[in-house]
Ligand binder design. Structure first.
Ligand SMILES: [Zn+2]
Length: 89
């Protein structure tokens, strides 16, 4: 009557595997890319010191980073650089 336990174990292993997967993906996304910039590589806004300390090798200001992450909420008509969409693949 212990058949159920093996199944649970297998499921747990799958969950662990996908968590490791996710962690690996996150790590790859924020792979070190040299020194932090004092100004955004995209819009050239100054990057706050706190952000630079929090994210080693940061290249983008918060707005540009969010835009690239796809979590940027367009606030109607803001389009500081015209062709950003073409950079998103
Ligand atoms: Zn920026």
């Amino acid at each position: 009557m212990a058949g159920g336990w093996a199944r649970d174990g297998a499921v747990q292993e799958q969950i662990d595997a996908s968590i490791n997967d996710e962690l690996a993906r996150l790590k790859a996304r924020r792979s070190p890319v040299g020194e932090s910039l004092s100004h955004c590589a995209d819009c050239e806004d100054p990057i706050p010191e706190k952000r630079r300390q929090a994210i080693p090798g940061v290249k983008l200001c918060i707005e540009c980073q969010q835009e690239r992450d796809g979590s940027y909420k367009a606030r109607g008509g803001i389009n500081r650089r015209g062709s950003k969409d073409s950079q998103l693949k």
